[in-house]
Design a protein around this ligand. Structure first.
Ligand SMILES: Nc1ncnc2c1ncn2[C@@H]1O[C@H](COP(=O)(O)OP(=O)(O)OP(=O)(O)O)[C@@H](O)[C@H]1O
Length: 236
């Protein structure tokens, strides 16, 4: 029987979790109980499972926002615990899109998106060019000078997507990125997310409760009892 690993043979593994454990409240709540997981360069992986099963926790560990109690998280070939340059990692290698956009409401779309580029020391002209490209791809080119508080929910999520991709990360972590949107806007934002991730060769790991969105990804993995379960691919 062919496995996911066979089907993606020759493709670089960019995310690897090895026997990852994570608990909260001094061990009172154990959320991850030996998670093993791999994602290859350019794959779009949906992370599903019931509320509270640990999807966000796993995204945080992969994104370097938190540390496992036990086990290893290796991203782009380097174990996160051993990295001395976490700021560089967060600025350049990984992008985040959350359910609530986390944009600064008083700043304009443009100002919000340029912030990560400025923090990373990207040349202002190059940053603006990058923003123009992303704004065109997401249909936001006419909204650049608008304050976030004046944008619709879908426009805010599209802005969050642009901001996450500004510094050309190789990995995009999305936590219920359409969770606060209506059905039609969800479809628009998700299509853009997947389309941009694919065209930029970004590995997408997306936590979602929306099975229709999950099925549009390259792989669906489900969390249950603190571990990951992945259906074997059906052979044609
Ligand atoms: N910082 C924290 N302190 C204590 N408990 C936490 C913390 N973060 C998460 N938890 C708990 O860990 C469990 C898993 O939470 P997590 O947010 O990872 O689940 P989830 O699968 O993403 O849920 P949802 O689908 O509802 O977003 C929950 O019981 C949650 O209450």
């Amino acid at each position: 029987m062919s496995t996911i690993a066979d089907r993606t043979a020759g493709t670089r593994i960019v995310i690897r979790a090895e026997d990852v454990w994570k608990s909260y409240d001094d061990g009172a709540i154990t959320v991850l109980r030996g998670v093993n997981f791999e994602a290859c360069q350019g794959q779009a992986v949906a992370l599903c499972g019931p509320s509270g099963c640990g999807k966000s926790t796993l995204l945080h560990l992969v994104g370097g926002l938190d540390e496992p109690d036990r086990g290893r998280v290796v991203v782009n070939g380097v174990e996160l615990n051993r990295r001395r340059d976490m700021v560089q990692f967060l600025r350049h290698e990984v992008g985040f899109v959350f359910q609530l956009h986390n944009l600064i409401p008083d700043l304009t779309l443009e100002e919000n998106c340029l912030l990560p580029a400025q923090a990373a020391g990207v040349d202002r002209r190059a940053a603006r060019e990058r923003l123009m490209h992303l704004a065109e791809r997401t249909g936001l080119q006419h909204r650049l000078t608008q304050r976030i508080q004046k944008l619709s929910g879908g426009e805010r999520q599209r802005t969050a997507l642009c901001r996450a991709l500004m510094n050309r990360p190789r990995i995009l972590l999305a936590d219920e990125p359409t969770g606060s949107l209506d059905e039609r806007t969800t479809a628009t934002v998700f299509d853009l997310l997947l389309d941009l991730a694919r065209s930029e060769g970004v590995t997408l790991l997306m936590a979602t409760h929306d099975l229709a969105l999950a099925r549009a990804c390259d792989r669906v993995v489900t969390m249950h009892d603190g571990r990951i379960h992945e259906p074997q691919p059906v052979l044609s």
